[in-house]
Design a protein around this ligand. Structure first.
Ligand code: GLA
Length: 369
């Protein structure tokens, strides 16, 4: 019997930058998915989700294509098997597996990436594949793109597989340079779920990505072919040339270019535990996601406001948006009071059921006891 745990994530800053060759700064959190598995003699996989009380099975020698599968957890599992088999040229060994999780589904905390990461580490261990963690993250990303139909970036899978306890993970999604960045020891990471389920997340996400590509094409006509992605456009060039683009591509590009610059500034502020600058960058990020990228919603805005009024150092929506959760940084000594006050303020504004977790920053997916 093997057990693997894989964490969800929040992103401190760098939202919707990872498919624009940009920078991200996620933290793996102590809300995790666990998979208990036993090897079988054949190539079948029987997978039971304890969280959903659902079971599904498939054959590794004849993997079903995405459209032959119902929407739901099994797509991610088959997707990971497909990506691993395609990369290694091997057929994996069958398992009887049970999934359980304290990571809420659909709250924008990357429950899908955690599930992918858990199965990737499971097969990597059982089949002695010895794949590098970054490769595993890329294979999980491919699984999500092919089997869930979301043209996602690398952030969530990298956070779940490469994070170090007590640290955020800086990732440059172009060079794939990663660096663990120590979190100020007195600051707590609070996840504040609005209770508003994400709506239209997949189609709107893919649309945002297409709009960024349109912006790149428009900018190439003035800046040349060396602009491969929005990452290649400086804030100074943006001020000069973005007015030439049509809406909404202009505002989408303005968010991404500004957000990339903010990640680097935020990193310096975080290293100095400079609460004021951290707060300003988080607020600027949220405002840009709300106004220019248009992926926030009334509940996310209300939650950010509740967190700030309850005394957070900084707060912003985290993940793809359209509902889901916020991240708040809070002085550890103030957490209890903060949780009560933020909940009271949020409830006064909406009818959705909020949930709050003060989380640890944990290490990436691993085998567990
Ligand atoms: C989702 C995607 C990530 C990233 C975020 C937005 O979580 O899976 O790749 O694009 O949205 O920052």
């Amino acid at each position: 019997m093997l057990c693997v745990r894989a964490p969800g994530r929040v992103n401190l800053i760098g939202e919707h930058t990872d498919y624009n060759d940009g920078y991200v700064l996620p933290v793996a959190i102590s809300l995790e998915t666990r998979v208990h598995a036993r090897l079988r003699e054949d190539m079948r996989c029987i997978v039971y989700s304890d969280t959903l009380d659902e079971q599904a099975e498939f054959d590794l020698a004849q993997l079903p294509p995405p459209d032959a599968l119902p929407a739901g957890f099994i797509r991610y599992v088959v997707g990971v098997a497909w990506a691993l088999q395609q990369h290694t040229g091997r057929t994996l060994r069958g398992v009887d597996a049970t999934i359980c999780s304290d990571l809420p589904l659909g709250a924008g905390l990357s429950s899908s990436a955690a599930l992918e990461a858990a199965f990737a580490v499971l097969w990597d261990t059982l089949d002695a594949l010895q794949l590098d963690r970054l490769i595993l993250a890329q294979l999980c990303q491919r699984a999500e793109q092919m089997y869930a139909g979301v043209q996602c970036g690398l952030m969530d899978q990298a956070a779940s597989l490469l994070s170090e306890a007590g640290h955020a993970l800086f990732l440059d999604t172009r060079t794939l340079f990663t660096q663990s960045v120590a979190l100020p020891p007195d600051w707590a990471i609070v996840v504040a779920d609005t209770g508003k389920p994400r709506a239209l997340a997949e189609s709107e996400y893919n649309l945002r990505r297409a709009q960024c590509e349109q912006a790149v094409q428009g900018l190439q006509t003035v800046l040349g072919e060396e602009v491969i992605a929005l990452r290649d456009v400086s804030p100074e060039q943006a001020a000069l040339y973005l007015p030439l683009l049509q809406e909404p591509a202009r505002r989408r590009a303005r968010h991404v270019i500004g957000e990339n610059a903010r990640v680097l500034e935020f990193l310096t502020a975080l290293r100095h535990a400079d609460a004021k600058r951290v707060r300003n960058h988080m607020l600027a990020s949220h405002a840009s996601l709300r106004d220019d990228y248009e992926v926030s919603c009334a509940e996310l805005d209300a939650m950010v406001e509740a967190c700030l009024r309850a005394g957070a150092i900084g707060a912003r929506m985290t993940g793809a948006g359209f509902g889901g959760a916020c991240i708040a940084l809070v002085e550890k000594t103030h957490v209890e009071k903060f949780l009560t006050e933020a909940e009271r303020l949020y409830r006064a504004r909406t009818t959705y059921e909020p949930r709050f977790w003060a989380c640890e920053a944990v290490g990436g997916a691993s085998a567990c006891l």
